[in-house]
Design a protein around this ligand. Structure first.
Ligand code: SF4
Length: 718
């Protein structure tokens, strides 16, 4: 194995949550360097997403694409990552220019990699350049050495993201240990635009490597195109007090407070500790939110087959706690052991499967499949190949609907592709991963597949490609090029905004408002929706900047939240988070200070979007399917509900058209107008103009009106 570069170093000690050092790797020049973080950089951009945004804003341009050498792949936790006294502190983000959206994307991910990276002396790793050989980066703090080596070849059998990481950790560190972790990208990243990065860590109780995923936006595709197969990190320093907090007692107090809320309330609420996020499936089905047949329907009698009980009773190992980092007593990261694979190249093997999460269940029901064994195998193969379960499922589901509506034939695909056909879905999954057959189209994601289908359909049928594309855009479930996550937003205007305004594309981790709006009816007016669409992305951004998991805040409500003005904000728990932040870094911030810090990051991300042509009102538009029943068949299955909705909006005196098609058209017209009005209200609340571009005064308030920003604002965006 050839070593390309090696650096002897002394790990920078952590102080008050930071090491103040970023590890830089330039794969083109094969150079490793250490970047000292200036105080102003840290103060303004916090960590995590903030560090990724600032580096990408400074070092890339509007022309940078995912495979450009200057594109950066940034992995960063934040000052609050790595604190076993506090629940959920193993999270980090991976930020880059996305192959799907052609603008900034980040995906958050759990496990032990970022805490160990920090103990190894780094707040972040930033990778630039493209290597002409496949390489692996090894950060060995115990030896005081960082090495860039040729990627070892362990054979076809261990070429996947999970198996390669396993072989590599054993090979490089002489076995698996809790002191070492890895991130890996799988072979699918070479072919598909939605490749993921797995975060691998050793779970002593299960005696195997476990994995968490940075699933969204194609981070694994970027990593593979850079020629980087894996990064390993090792540090034997103790985790407890690893942050060297300014006020260790304050950290303990805040952590004990949140752990008490989790232990007392989770079992009375979503009970993530027992069900994992699969517990959501039943709720979503009940309220017509579970995506079925490419989001056409939100409920089915078949859904019961994939409810949480099935996974808990048949697959999950009930006695084992399932935290993805030390000290998280919510412990929602469920896993199945000894799953016998019945399909694909590994058929006959017994494997551990980390998951499924709700999102993976929804991705499979979106294909019209309700088979728990299929879900487990789909989950395994996506992780091993390195594919996003969400984008893969939504892309296949979209193509299934193209076939349903006669816009794609068996001749185009090579076989029949129908909703509910598990064998066809499985075949396409492997084709996507291997870059074969129709998988080459599907692996480009919904946005690009729409173009391919439109051209093909138009040329075969003598139709207009533009008209075909307009039709496909009604049900192609993507915004800005990213596929939707697993919530049907048709009946929640706030969630439509949550998806449409999300800066990275329709992923709910910026604004998950569907329950507050649709089920609890807490956002009845445009102003309240706009307030939520500003506030929730800001607080969620903060979690992505400091290195924390949001679930102990958003999915476990403090008992005292009911006595506050807005229970959904869960301010009593947030107070513990603010206390934890102040105790760690030695600050005296208020919740409002934290929201202001996040607003700076949100605006910087908006400016990067603008620079990449994704920053205006046009980019915030959502497909018809996301705002209502796009087709008559969807309207007809819930016609009573929709007619009642029309009567409520039009008033008791109004008479509805007799023709169902006319009522459907009226409904969709009203939905489009509502979404338009929401855009106006939200842009005003955020300090944007009516095209969705930040006003100069808004940028100036946060110190972001630099030369580049001036140049962008001076352009004609109308
Ligand atoms: S709540 Fe779940 S995802 Fe979040 S840190 Fe804990 S185990 Fe991991």
């Amino acid at each position: 194995m050839e070593s390309f570069q090696s650096l002897e170093y002394s790990p920078q000690p952590v102080r008050a949550g930071y090491t103040d050092r970023i590890l830089r790797l330039d794969l083109g020049a094969r150079s490793i360097s250490l970047m000292e973080v200036p105080e102003s950089f840290k103060r303004q951009f916090i960590g995590g997403r903030g560090y990724a945004l600032k580096l990408i804003w400074d070092e890339t341009t509007g022309e940078t694409r995912y495979d450009s050498p200057e594109n950066l792949l940034v992995m960063s936790s934040g000052p609050l990552g790595n604190e076993p006294w506090f629940p959920g502190s193993g999270k980090f983000i991976i930020g880059t220019i996305s192959p799907l959206t052609d603008t900034f994307v980040d995906s958050n991910i759990g496990g032990h990699f970022a805490p160990l990276l920090k103990l190894a002396g780094f707040d972040a790793l930033a990778v630039s350049g493209v290597s002409d050989r496949e390489v692996v980066l090894i950060i060995d703090a115990d030896q005081g050495r960082i090495s860039l080596v040729e990627a070892p070849d362990y054979g076809e059998d261990q070429a996947g993201s999970l198996s390669y990481g396993n072989a590599l950790l054993e090979d490089m560190f002489g076995g698996l240990s809790e002191n070492a972790a890895a991130v890996t990208a799988g072979p699918a990243g070479i072919h598909a635009r939605f490749g993921i990065i797995n975060s691998l860590f050793f779970d002593k109780r299960r005696n195997r490597l476990r994995s968490k995923q940075a699933g969204r936006g194609g981070t694994g595709t970027v990593m593979r195109h850079k020629g980087l197969r894996a990064v390993l990190v090792r540090s034997g320093l103790p985790r407890l007090k690893g942050n060297q907090a300014a006020d260790p007692d304050g950290v303990k107090r805040a952590g004990a407070g949140l752990k008490k809320v989790v232990s007392q309330c989770d079992s009375q609420q979503l009970y993530l500790g027992a069900w994992g996020t699969t517990g959501l499936t039943e709720y979503m089905n009940k309220f017509h939110i579970l995506p079925i047949d490419n989001y056409q329907y939100g409920q089915s009698p078949k859904s019961e087959a994939v409810f949480a009980e099935v996974f808990r009773d048949k697959y999950f190992s009930k006695k084992l706690p399932d935290g993805c980092y030390i000290g998280c007593n919510l412990a929602c990261a469920k896993a199945a052991e000894n799953v016998l694979l019945t399909r694909g190249p590994h058929a006959g093997r017994r494997v551990g499967v980390d998951g499924p999460e709700y999102e993976t269940v929804g991705a499979v029901t979106a294909m019209g499949i309700f088979d728990p064994q299929f879900i487990l195998e789909y989950n395994y193969y996506c992780d091993e190949y390195g594919l996003d379960t969400i984008s893969t499922g939504v892309s296949i589901a979209f193509l299934m609907e193209c076939a349903q509506r006669g816009m794609l034939t068996a001749e185009d695909v090579g076989y029949d592709l129908r909703f509910g056909d598990a064998e066809a879905a499985d075949r396409l999954l492997h084709e996507v991963a291997q870059g074969e057959g129709f998988g080459r189209v599907c692996g480009q994601g919904v946005s690009r597949a729409k173009g391919w289908v439109a051209e093909r359909y138009a040329s075969k049928n003598g139709a207009s490609p533009a008209e075909a594309l307009a039709e496909l855009s009604k049900f192609g479930m993507e915004v800005k090029g990213l596929e939707f996550s697993m919530y049907i937003s048709k009946e929640s205007l706030a969630q439509q905004g949550g998806y449409g305004f999300a800066l990275k594309g329709p992923q709910h981790d910026e604004a998950w408002l569907i329950f507050i709006d649709q089920v609890h009816k807490e956002l009845p007016t445009y102003d309240l929706k706009a307030k939520a669409l500003k506030w929730f992305p800001l607080i969620r951004t903060w979690f992505n900047a400091v290195g924390l998991c949001k679930l102990p805040w958003i999915d476990v409500r403090h008992p005292e939240a009911a006595n506050t003005d807005w229970p959904a904000q869960n301010q009593p728990s947030l107070k513990l988070y603010v206390d934890y932040f102040n105790a760690t870094v030695g600050a005296n911030k208020t919740l409002q200070d934290i929201l202001d810090d996040s607003e700076r990051l949100g605006l910087l991300q908006k400016m990067i979007n603008l620079r990449h042509g994704q920053g205006t009102r046009a980019s915030d538009q959502i497909p018809w399917r996301a705002m209502g029943p796009a087709y008559l068949n969807e309207y007809e299955v819930r016609s009573d509900y929709y007619d009642e909705w029309l009567r409520e909006k039009l008033g008791p005196e109004a008479s509805l058209p007799a023709d169902p098609a006319a009522r459907h058209a009226l409904l969709m017209d009203m939905r489009r107008k509502e979404y338009d009005e929401l855009c106006d209200t939200v842009y005003r609340a955020k300090g944007f103009d009516d095209i969705g571009v930040p006003l100069p005064s808004t940028l100036e308030k946060f110190g972001l009106l630099d030369e580049q920003a001036h140049d962008l604002l001076d352009r004609n965006w109308a």
